[in-house]
Design a protein around this ligand. Structure first.
Ligand SMILES: C[S@@+](CC[C@H](N)C(=O)[O-])C[C@H]1O[C@@H](n2cnc3c(N)ncnc32)[C@H](O)[C@@H]1O
Length: 440
């Protein structure tokens, strides 16, 4: 039904409203909406769809807060109308779409979606006529929560941990559009070769500072040009690239990637080892493994074997030289790439829930590390429950394991206890945590 409407209508703003319903009410990821609906739109409209959708998701609580000042009955307004108004407001405040166009376009969308065109017309006209954007009151945490569209509990816990000034920098960095970073498949190409290749398509790039395989793309670019290069390159933030180097892998090693799909790190490990190691890549989810298989095919690796299943219940005959446990987590370190994550968790107790699963995984996979081998535990989060607390409890239970020294090359990302952290506001990288463990 929706797809029929979009096919007929081809209105990027209507597609934004449908996507917001899918994200907020059905739990879809924004990327899934872009893939599902984007194919009905032309290049220009697809770019607009993406810009408004991500923009609204980055600023959802703020936009809703503003609208509450103008809606006659905020509680009674349907979600569909609210989402349409949020998209209209976003265009007026952040995109410099002329006022008349914001009103006309949003009212037009409302005729096809929420069916309250006169309400939408009135609210937007009143807001635009007022000529100013209201400012929230309250204490520091409450104000920052509204202004940057983060839940108050998140701001409070970060404020306690990092202080106010740094928390503000963190949440503002979470709302920035992140850089597009590629990892060059160094098995087959050099970074400079790929840079020239990109330049032929009119795309400029620069070397990443820490990862020897990374290229940071400098906008503007057409994403389809990049998509066409997958296999020669992979899309992977610099922080995620650094994790594979922490394993210190070499040719001939037996390596277990315990939570492997879609294979960003598995394929990187194959590249670092010149495709001459034995890599066992395990994942629970067949759909995600399908993506890993496609990536293996595109990159042309021969050293990766795939196992589908719960890594907790698989037994291995022989120990591994290296184990990577890139564990499922809250993903709160990658909010800038997935702004919907800000609204997914109701409170800290939901973060705590990941800890038991992570500890369980770590206790199980660590059994298969050979003495003197290296196990890297990593998550794209910097929350204490999923990071240091997991490692503390693990080390308490497993006296035969210890944290090994930092790596000189990436020393600046290690703290005094040997924990590796990256942050969006400090490093302009995704937020990651890792620890390097070894067995006596
Ligand atoms: C953070 S993602 C891994 C990302 C991957 N390492 C990469 O770099 O592309 C975590 C993965 O763990 C998988 N997973 C969760 N529980 C698992 C289990 N018990 N056994 C195996 N895989 C599991 C999920 O399906 C998911 O693909």
């Amino acid at each position: 039904m929706k797809n029929q409407k979009i096919k007929r209508n081809k209105n990027p703003r209507l597609v934004v409203v449908y996507s917001l319903i899918d994200v907020f009410q059905k739990g879809y990821k924004p990327k899934e909406c872009i893939n599902r609906y984007g194919r009905y739109l032309n290049k220009k409209d697809r770019a607009m769809f993406q810009e408004i959708l991500y923009g609204v998701l980055r600023n959802a609580l703020y936009l809703e807060w503003i609208l509450r000042q103008y809606l006659p009955k905020p509680e009674k307004t349907s979600k569909t109308t609210l989402y349409n108004l949020m998209a209209g407001l976003y265009q007026a405040i952040y995109m410099r779409v002329p006022d008349w166009a914001v009103v006309n376009e949003t009212v037009d969308v409302e005729k096809h979606s929420g069916r309250k065109p006169s309400l939408v017309n009135g609210v937007l006209r009143n807001f635009l006529r007022s000529g100013h954007i209201p400012s929230p009151e309250g204490d520091f945490e409450e104000r920052l929560a509204v202004l940057t569209s983060h839940p108050v509990w998140m701001i409070k816990r970060w404020s306690k941990r990092f202080g106010r000034e740094e928390t503000e920098r963190l949440v503002r960095a979470n709302n920035e559009i992140p850089p597009l970073v590629l990892r060059v498949n160094l098995l087959r190409y050099s970074r400079d070769y790929i840079m020239k290749d990109l330049l032929k398509k009119g795309i400029k790039a620069e070397h990443t500072k820490y990862s020897p395989a990374g290229l940071k793309i400098l906008p503007p670019y057409d994403f389809r040009d990049i998509e066409g290069m997958i296999g020669k390159v992979f899309i992977q933030d610099e922080a995620a690239q650094l994790i594979s180097y922490l394993l210190d892998v070499r040719e001939g090693m037996r390596i277990l990637d315990a939570c492997a799909a879609p294979g960003g790190k598995t394929t990187h490990i194959a590249e670092i080892t010149e495709d001459k190691a034995t890599i066992v890549a395990v994942d629970l989810h067949p759909d995600r493994l399908k993506q890993l298989k496609e990536n293996i095919l595109k990159g042309g690796y021969r050293s990766i074997g795939i196992v589908q299943g719960d890594v907790n219940s698989i037994t291995w005959q022989k120990g591994f030289d290296r184990i990577l446990l890139d564990s499922p987590c809250s993903s709160l370190g990658v909010i800038r790439r997935n702004p919907d994550l800000k609204y997914r968790y109701k409170g800290p107790e939901e973060i705590e829930r990941f800890k038991q699963k992570q500890l369980h995984l770590l206790l199980n996979v660590s059994n298969y590390l050979r003495e003197g081998g290296i196990l890297v535990y990593s998550v794209c989060s910097f929350e204490p429950e999923e990071t240091k607390e997991v490692v503390d409890e693990f080390l308490h239970k497993r006296k035969d394991f210890y944290i090994i020294d930092r790596m000189d090359k990436f020393e600046c990302f290690f703290d005094k206890d040997g924990y590796f952290f990256t942050f969006p506001h400090r490093d302009n990288m995704d937020g990651f945590f890792a620890v390097r463990l070894s067995r006596r």
